[in-house]
Design a protein around this ligand. Sequence first.
Ligand code: NAP
Length: 262
Amino acid sequence: MDLGLRGKVAIVTGASKGIGRAIAEEFAAEGVHLALCARGQALLQEVAAALQRQHDVQVLPVAADLSTLAGVQTLVRQTVQRFGGVDILVNNAGAIRAGSLLGKPDAEWHEDWALKVFGYVRLMREVFPVLQARGGGRIINIIGGAGRQPNPGYLAGGGANAALMNITKALADEGGPQNILVNAINPGPIRTERWDGLMARLAAERGQTPQEVEAAWLRDNPLRRPGEPREVAALAVFLASPRASYINGAIIPVDGGATRCI
Ligand SMILES: NC(=O)c1ccc[n+]([C@@H]2O[C@H](COP(=O)([O-])OP(=O)(O)OC[C@H]3O[C@@H](n4cnc5c(N)ncnc54)[C@H](OP(=O)(O)O)[C@@H]3O)[C@@H](O)[C@H]2O)c1
């Protein structure tokens, strides 16, 4: 489908794997030039080269650690140098580890939030003026359903997600009058390396197979299966497009109907 995005420039973080990679692939198929970020350089370069080969787009891989301010600034500086501006930011790189109040040490909270909270906020802060200079744009935050479904075993993840939902909604108020639309997607269980790792870890803890853990996890999911990264990517690219011109401050689940609230 032609969503009217051809020639736009997007930053996608966490783009070497999983949801971020699927979003990069969908953008490239729509003719969007890309700045892709992850820490691991080799895989990122592979993804960038493949997208450039398959689609008529320019792709800039930027290997950086987005849990640091320097990493965030490097990404934005290199993107603006290469493309002259940015139209779309997709904040996606996140890796919060499970853990309860008594089981999760201080250092882990700091490390986890440095990426998923500070990384998102810093990137929005760096990109916002670039979007203003462009006369508008889109910010899409990939957050996570745990922000609406508190879980004592995933305190740092739920807390970070709730904060990011609040920040998304508030920034949509500020961006709207300037034609900068800010929205979020809350994925449910999506089959990525991160998901498979979680299933394997829980299986080892419980003496079960990953398949048994997954089946139990999905018992209350109306679709009884994890989602695929491309099922999140389809919405991200739509939200970035002119077709979504009246959607602002929305936080949309992509979870097969798993979230238990209206
Ligand atoms: N999968 C799910 O079920 C699910 C559910 C709810 C929410 N989410 C959210 O969706 C987002 C993507 O999840 P995913 O499952 O696609 O993850 P994933 O498969 O683990 O991929 C994570 C990506 O982020 C990059 N990354 C990790 N740490 C980074 C850092 N410090 N700086 C820059 N890049 C970094 C990774 O590359 P490097 O390791 O090379 O840096 C990789 O490209 C996350 O924010 C996650 O919380 C996922």
